[in-house]
Design a binder for this molecule. Structure first.
Ligand code: FAD
Length: 370
């Protein structure tokens, strides 16, 4: 029977995380994915869990990021047990580099006792000998780790299946139609009746905002990365300067990212984008220039007007939820997003302050969002 408690539109890390938590809670859950699970932004991500690297303000968004990051160590164990998939959690911290004395003073002013520690130039070079000798020092973001984004998504998917979820790949959803108290999802594989619907289709969620009578808040931000497989260089920690990062993965590859082009729907890595990265990365680590490049790729970050995600029920269509707009932080935020959506659907009111802060009011306050 094509009848489910909850139908989730989009099988990226956000949709699969929600499917995992809902099916674990005993709901009959289905994910509808137009291509392959995790095939879009999720598999393009460098996988940084950058609560600090992504935030200087100490606001509710920072708290959301921090809480989600802190869920990862236990989630990694749970997902390994439930799915057999290692999400490749690395907890070496990250170095945010300073090249000038002024940058150094600024980073030193951010240092605190628990999370952020200033390291002198000598200390950084002792830990990461291939970093440029031109640095003034670095802030060590002790607990900002990293994972493999596509593995998080696949681990969630396998775990969800184990708890009884159905996952339909190559199954785009074309329409959402009210059917009594439930909704009909019209897909390429037929019609499914779902008591509740979650829209988690990344940047393509905009299509459903419009279908459901709201203004489309989603904007693509194209990002490109490249990977090298170093023969000589040993890199222990993620190192970044401005928007260029070097992320050493558990399997020995090193991801270099990422470009950022607003309103660009093209998903091919370009010569311009890749060369931009190559120039920036050699400033950070000059010797990296002689290491072999193994691949380059690109995808679309789902950005909203203020860069914050939405966790919200539709103001008029009860039972339709949006969990989207994770922009640069979808891997980091997948664990907390999944719990917040479960909380909204089961009405357990554990995450009210996040539901309040990341509601659709930001969209609706502007001419009712239409
Ligand atoms: C280059 C790059 C580097 C990044 N690095 C990081 C990082 O280091 N750390 C971090 O936390 N985040 C990072 N991000 C951001 C992160 O990848 C995204 O925020 C996250 O993947 C968003 O997940 P999602 O599930 O919302 O979207 P997606 O992964 O895009 O998934 C949405 C899914 O919905 C499907 N879909 C769309 N329309 C339909 C439809 N009509 N019917 C059914 N299915 C549909 C799509 O096929 C897609 O699979 C990076 C992103 C990029 C591009």
């Amino acid at each position: 029977m094509n009848v489910f408690d909850v139908g989730i539109i989009g099988g990226g890390v956000i949709g699969q995380g929600i499917a995992y938590e809902l099916s674990k809670a005993g709901l009959k859950t289905a994910v509808f994915e137009s291509g392959e699970i995790g095939g879009k932004a999720t598999s393009a991500a460098a996988g940084m869990l950058g609560a600090h690297s992504e935030n200087e303000k100490r606001d509710i968004f920072f708290e959301l990021c921090l809480e989600s990051r802190n869920l990862y160590p236990s989630l990694a164990k749970e997902l390994l047990e439930q799915s057999g998939v290692d999400i490749e959690l690395v907890q070496e911290g990250m170095y945010r580099l300073a090249f000038t004395e002024e940058e150094g003073r600024f980073l030193q002013s951010l240092a605190d006792e628990d999370e952020l520690e200033w390291h002198s130039r000598e200390n950084v070079l002792a830990n990461e000998p291939h970093v440029s000798e031109d640095i003034a020092g670095a802030l060590w973001l002790k607990h900002d780790g990293q994972v493999k984004g596509s593995s998080v998504c696949h681990a969630y998917a396998k775990g969800a299946r184990k708890y009884g979820a159905s996952i339909f790949e190559q199954c785009p959803v074309f329409d959402v139609i009210k059917e009594g108290k439930a909704y009909k999802l019209v897909t390429s594989q037929g019609v499914f009746i779902c008591g509740k619907v979650v829209v988690s289709s990344g940047v393509w969620s905009g299509f459903f905002f419009e279908k459901l009578g709201l203004r489309n808040p989603m904007k693509p931000v194209k990002g490109e990365c490249l990977a090298i497989k170093p023969k000589k260089l040993v890199i222990n920690k993620t190192v970044f300067y401005e928007h260029c990062y070097i992320v050493p993965k558990k399997d020995g590859t090193v991801i270099i990212g990422a470009t950022s082009y607003e309103n660009d729907w093209d998903t091919h890595p370009t010569v311009k984008g890749v060369s931009e990265l190559m120039i920036k990365v050699q400033k950070i680590m000059p010797e990296i220039g002689s290491e072999p490049v193994v691949s380059a790729w690109s995808s679309l970050r789902p950005q909203t007007a203020d860069g914050w995600p939405y966790f919200a029920e539709h103001p008029e269509h009860e039972g339709i939820f949006f969990a989207t707009g994770h922009y640069r932080n979808g891997i980091l935020l997948a664990p907390i997003t999944s719990l917040i959506v479960k909380d909204m659907i089961l009405k357990t009111n554990q995450y009210e302050r996040y539901v309040h802060s990341f509601s659709l009011n930001r969209l609706l306050s502007d001419a009712k969002g239409r």
